[in-house]
Write a protein that binds this ligand. Structure first.
Ligand SMILES: Cc1cc2nc3c(=O)[nH]c(=O)nc-3n(C[C@H](O)[C@H](O)[C@H](O)COP(=O)(O)OP(=O)(O)OC[C@H]3O[C@@H](n4cnc5c(N)ncnc54)[C@H](O)[C@@H]3O)c2cc1C
Length: 452
């Protein structure tokens, strides 16, 4: 059963006779996907064929090759999995709202279904498309366990205000998934020319794909399996140690929708690990992750300091003219050329692996605040570097994580100090108390220079 509270009709049109199109966007998977399940059901009820479409924008928030590579390999697997279910898959290139509208007309579609994202770019596409279509545009929240609009009707102040709301709804939404039934007949779609698509990309080739994390639904499932079997049991105790390798590494898969958070939560809930580790992991996966969607959905200034709470902005303004011991440009940060080996190692981890350990991510962003000319500049630098190099970048979690570190979002005022004002402070000796800092540095200093 698909809970109707997952579904929002984005325009005022009624179902028409004609094929059902699922415009796959944020949730790029075949398994455990409420939007695809809803589209399949609609097709069955209306006795119409179903087709899945992905629109490849010429440039998506300046994503480099590393990201396109991860995404396209995942989509290639989606195409194959859909073919086995007799569901045709189309990949369109161009501005999504224009291409989709053209495609719907060409196919004489009756219904368009898409998935949910709180990001401005995606909401703009949907608003334009919804206004152009003379058929319904349904949005299904297939990313959040508790649909974002249902979890809360407003921007939440902190995890402590959001947690009780989401927990009270988990019993209703954290359910198993129905099977996605194959279609009887095939509507032919030509196979996608993946090589042609790759060579037409205008993405920045300097940020190369990584080879330590394989993209796609299958790889995501293996990653989850290995985490549950080998690492979840010590998550509570070791997750703040970047040398422990205990984290799940699921964020790139979650970002591209190659795995369902709901499926992960169900599997983790059933695993026989100590309660403390299970709860710590589910707190991050459910409360913190869905709080990020809440922040971006209800605050359209999520990607700048402007969106941060008044107490934080006032305090940063008060300390704007404070003396800074070091000031670095975005380029110096990017090259990991600060005076501090620990920070440079975190930046090298980001550049070479496409991910920074969760604990170091906070430290990384806070030092950008401390060593930038202004808090606004720091915010911009952190977003630019995170989005350029992190495989899970351009995500509500990234914007919210940076807003938490630099702008006090979901945090409270701390003791006032230079530059930071009342923003929570972190330093290298705090890191040294938590883990072997030299071991972390050694891992990344051995890496040969990256060509910038
Ligand atoms: C400055 C800064 C930038 C960040 N940028 C991103 C980003 O671009 N993309 C991204 O997905 N996350 C980001 N985070 C949040 C968090 O650091 C990552 O989600 C986590 O490190 C991903 O690694 P993992 O999947 O191995 O984590 P695990 O610890 O195994 O966590 C499992 C999942 O829980 C969720 N999660 C964990 N920590 C957080 C958190 N603090 N907030 C929200 N959700 C969380 C993620 O979906 C993660 O994949 C950022 C945090 C900070 C402080």
């Amino acid at each position: 059963m698909i809970d109707p509270r997952r579904i929002t009709l984005l325009n005022n049109c009624r179902d028409r006779s004609g094929p059902v199109i699922y415009w796959m966007s944020r949730d790029q998977r075949v398994r455990h996907n409420w939007a695809l399940l809803f589209a399949r059901k609609k097709g069955e009820l209306l006795q119409q064929p179903l087709m899945v479409v992905f629109t490849l924008a010429p440039s998506f928030l300046n994503a480099p090759l590393r990201h396109y590579d991860f995404m396209l390999k995942g989509l290639q697997e989606v195409e194959g999995a859909l073919r086995r279910l007799n569901i045709p898959f189309y990949l369109l290139q161009g501005e999504p709202e224009i291409e989709l509208s053209r495609f719907a007309r060409k196919m004489k579609a009756g219904v368009v279904v898409t998935d949910f994202s709180p990001l401005k770019i995606s909401r703009k596409w949907k608003t334009t498309l919804g206004a152009q279509l003379t058929l319904p545009l349904y949005e299904v929240d297939a990313h959040n366990i508790v649909p974002c609009r249902i979890a809360s009707g407003k921007q939440e102040y902190a995890a402590r205000t959001f947690r009780p709301k989401i927990k009270s709804l988990l019993g209703e939404f954290l359910t198993g998934f129905p099977q996605l039934e194959p279609l009887d007949a095939t509507t032919e779609s030509l196979p996608v020319d993946w090589n042609g698509i790759r060579s037409s990309l205008k993405a920045d080739h300097q940020v190369a794909p990584v080879d330590w994390l394989k993209p796609g639904e299958e790889a995501a499932a293996h990653c989850l399996e290995s985490f549950l079997k080998n690492r979840l049991s010590t998550y509570a105790e070791r997750r703040n140690d970047p040398n422990s390798g205990v984290l799940s590494n699921l964020s790139p898969y979650l970002h591209f929708g190659q795995i369902s958070a709901q499926f992960i939560a169900l599997q983790a809930s059933e695993s026989s690990v100590p309660d403390e580790s299970r709860s710590a992991f589910l707190e991050e996966l459910i409360v913190r992750r869905e709080l990020s969607d809440n922040y971006c959905f209800y605050n359209d200034r999520y990607d700048s300091l402007d969106g941060c709470p008044t107490w934080a902005k006032e305090s940063l303004i008060k300390h704007a003219a404070d003396h800074r011991d070091y000031i670095y440009s975005q380029k110096e940060f990017e090259e990991g050329a600060t005076h501090e080996r620990l920070w440079n190692s975190a930046q090298l981890e980001l550049v070479t692996t496409g991910k920074i350990h969760g604990y170091m991510r906070m430290y990384w962003a806070k030092k950008i605040l401390e060593w930038s000319e202004s808090a606004e500049q720091a915010f911009e630098t952190a977003i630019a570097l995170n989005d350029r190099y992190a495989l899970d970048g351009r995500d509500p979690n990234g914007y919210t994580g940076i807003a938490w570190s630099i702008g006090g979002v979901h945090d409270r005022p701390w003791f006032e100090r230079p530059v930071y004002g009342k923003i929570r402070y972190m330093n290298a000796s705090g890191c040294a108390r938590k883990f072997d800092v030299n071991r972390y540095i050694a891992r990344f200093e051995e890496i040969p220079d990256f060509e910038f």
